[in-house]
Design a protein around this ligand. Structure first.
Ligand SMILES: NC(=O)c1ccc[n+]([C@@H]2O[C@H](COP(=O)([O-])OP(=O)(O)OC[C@H]3O[C@@H](n4cnc5c(N)ncnc54)[C@H](O)[C@@H]3O)[C@@H](O)[C@H]2O)c1
Length: 376
């Protein structure tokens, strides 16, 4: 009933609705995490399973939410299930997360950018398996829709939504955050994963290509963090002490230089600077900001795509001296890793879980490189 309506109906005040939903969600946080779904029709009547209409809490947009909420509870001896904000729309609160599910991230709400394939897809799947409600946000809407449909099949309807986003476009990023908040009621984890790699030497790489990599990997992370922080701040205001996470999927190339791949490495080094700076700024709002720095995901599409993948490109360009096959190129890159293999989705998810569950760390770049890069 709810999902999709918000995207189609742009008559309501989206910003206002997005500031109310996370606040409402936190007013339920003492009994576990609720899901808050927005619907633009403030006149709709919702009935209980016995057929009786649910009596909503009806408030004006400028009303003090906490005191109106407390007054309703005092009068009815229960929390409201529907809150109508005049001129804005209705908010339906559906209990404390998914009661029938268990997991390490139960009731959390996350966005994974670049979630249609590769690391992002795997991270979204693993987080959904642990009970997270997921927005799969990608330039590739078709791919995001397929992933969301799969997660809804596996983990229950309304586990995932798909959103088209270009992380280098501020309006598009703002829309992504709003759609997520209107669908689920808030935001606990932003995984800023969307990224591109265009290699090239100083004499070859054009300014356009350099700018494209910078816009997606570096500015895109800035835009996602900027807009994700809004609902996170509201949640912390209504539930002081409540912690949320911004996590950048960085790279080992953010920790050491990468030959003839400076556009990518520069954007990732910059991402570490953003991570540390955002961490300092957002700590007062309970927002932890960290990065994970994976090594080469040799089984992922970036490397293994038979036509466009890096194994194919490096074989064709002769980058790996003496390599005669795709396997030779693969073995060369595996041999650079002390633990002898490429990075996997499971390795990255392990680091992300650590970051979310660790309450006493922010501003860090966690290497996941099989020992290829060691911190000083
Ligand atoms: N593959 C590796 O070896 C490796 C190693 C270390 C770090 N990383 C990092 O992991 C992240 C994911 O990499 P991957 O290998 O899974 O990549 P991938 O190319 O397999 O997937 C990237 C996804 O991002 C999406 N995307 C691209 N530009 C976008 C934009 N402007 N807005 C929204 N979505 C966009 C693509 O459509 C795609 O679905 C990247 O940040 C990358 O730098 C990758």
């Amino acid at each position: 009933m709810i999902h999709g309506q918000s995207a189609a109906d742009s008559r309501f005040d989206r910003k206002l609705a997005c500031s109310i939903a996370p606040a409402l969600r936190m007013l339920y946080s003492d009994t576990g995490m609720a899901t808050v779904s927005f619907f633009p029709d403030e006149n709709c009547i919702v009935k209980t399973s016995s057929g009786n209409p649910i009596e909503p809490l009806i408030i004006e947009p400028e009303a003090d939410l906490s005191s109106e909420f407390a007054a309703y509870i005092a009068a009815k001896d229960q929390k409201p299930e529907i809150v109508i904000v005049r001129g804005v729309g209705g908010f339906m609160i559906t209990g404390s997360g998914k009661q029938d599910k268990y997991g390490r991230l139960i009731g959390k709400i996350a966005i994974v950018t670049g979630g249609a394939q590769g690391f992002g897809k795997g991270i979204a799947e693993s987080m959904a398996a642990e009970g997270t409600l997921i927005a799969i946000a990608d330039l590739n809407l078709e791919g995001a829709l397929a992933c969301a449909a799969d997660l809804n099949r596996r983990y229950g309807e309304d586990t995932a939504v798909a959103i088209r986003v270009d992380v280098s476009d501020e309006q598009s990023v703002e829309h992504m955050i709003q759609e997520t908040v209107l669908a689920f009621g808030g935001l606990d984890v932003l995984v800023s994963n969307a990224g591109i790699l265009i290699a090239g030497s100083l004499s070859d790489l054009s300014k356009e290509k350099f700018d494209l990599v910078t816009n997606v990997n570096y500015s895109g992370y800035f835009l996602c963090a900027k807009h994700a922080a809004q609902p996170m701040k509201i949640q912390n205001k209504y539930a002081p002490g409540y912690l949320t996470d911004i996590i950048e999927v960085n790279s080992k190339s953010g920790l050491e230089g990468s030959n003839k791949n400076f556009a990518y490495a520069g954007s990732k080094f910059g991402g570490i600077g953003l991570t540390q700076s955002f961490a300092l700024e957002l700590v007062e709002f309970g927002i932890k900001v960290n990065a994970v720095c994976p090594g080469n995901f040799l089984d992922g599409p970036l490397w293994s795509d038979p036509e466009k993948g890096l194994f194919r490109q490096y074989l064709d360009s002769g980058k790996v001296a003496g390599a005669k096959s795709l396997d030779d190129v693969r073995r060369f890159y595996e041999s650079k890793v002390p633990l002898g293999r490429g990075c996997t989705v499971a390795d990255v998810v392990c680091a992300i879980m650590y970051i979310i569950e660790q309450k006493y760390e922010t501003g860090q770049a966690v290497p996941v490189t099989g020992g290829q890069v060691m911190l000083r």
